[in-house]
Design a protein around this ligand. Structure first.
Ligand SMILES: CC(C)(COP(=O)(O)OP(=O)(O)OC[C@H]1O[C@@H](n2cnc3c(N)ncnc32)[C@H](O)[C@@H]1OP(=O)(O)O)[C@@H](O)C(=O)NCCC(=O)NCCS
Length: 208
């Protein structure tokens, strides 16, 4: 059993269910709840966890929160709003993930099964490192970034706020991916990618 405060997962969709599973493994017995603003889902039980309306979220001192919204901008906006309201963002690291002692995952990050985050990597708030993804040493993921399953972010890369790297994509070392840029699944990024652009292919090219 744990004496940690209850954890409320904001968003009861796919990312929420995955995060809830990891949270259960991290903290057996911890009280979990979902919060979802879809009125049709309130009162529903998903994976054994009750879904509450947003106005039922306990006060900041009585719980911690983790935002599980897939869209990077929406997740980051919500996480920042909760911090401003006084809430503490919980970071969830699946027990099978390997996070170096010198890596620094930010508040509210979600690092999933078999992901690897290497020495000196720096993650801003509310980042997602999905299953079996690799963040190499000294890479920097700014707030709200998302690395999908089996993607690889090379040493010294900079992913600016809200960047989204598709499943299985490879970002070669020391590259910059701009704010809210999207790199498609299985892409090979060999050059810096501008903000808000969509690139994919091998080598990846601008498809915006
Ligand atoms: C790149 C991506 C965003 C493009 O989505 P889209 O704009 O809706 O593109 P479409 O599906 O309409 O495809 C447009 C064309 O690009 C091709 N294409 C799409 N994604 C591609 C990719 N990743 N690599 C190579 N070609 C791709 C399609 O085959 C299609 O080609 P066609 O016109 O010759 O048939 C999307 O395909 C993708 O890769 N998303 C990432 C998915 C992912 O990793 N999810 C993780 C879940 S956590």
């Amino acid at each position: 059993m744990t004496t940690l405060p209850p954890l409320y997962l904001i968003g009861a969709g796919a990312q929420g269910r995955v995060a809830a599973d990891a949270a259960r493994l991290c903290w057996p017995g911890r009280q979990l709840g979902f919060v979802d603003d879809n009125p049709g889902r309130q009162g529903e039980v998903t994976d054994g966890i009750l879904i509450y309306a947003a106005d039922k979220l306990p006060a900041p001192g009585q719980c911690r929160v983790h935002v599980c919204i897939g869209d990077n901008a929406t997740r980051l906006h919500k996480a920042r709003a909760l911090v401003t309201a006084g809430y503490t963002l919980e970071t969830i690291i699946h027990p099978t993930a390997a996070v170096a002692g010198t890596a620094q995952p930010g508040a509210g990050c979600c690092i999933l099964a078999q992901a690897v985050v290497q020495a000196g990597a720096l993650l801003g708030i509310a980042c997602i490192v999905n299953s079996a993804a690799v963040v190499e040493h000294d890479a920097h993921l700014q707030a709200g970034s998302h690395i999908a399953g089996r993607a690889y972010v090379g040493p010294g890369c900079l992913l600016q706020e809200g960047a989204c790297i598709g499943a299985g994509a490879v970002v070669l070392e020391n590259l910059t991916v701009g704010e809210y840029a999207r790199l498609g699944a299985a892409a090979l990024l060999t050059h810096d990618q501008p903000a808000h652009s969509l690139w994919y292919g091998i080598p990846a090219r601008n498809q915006s």
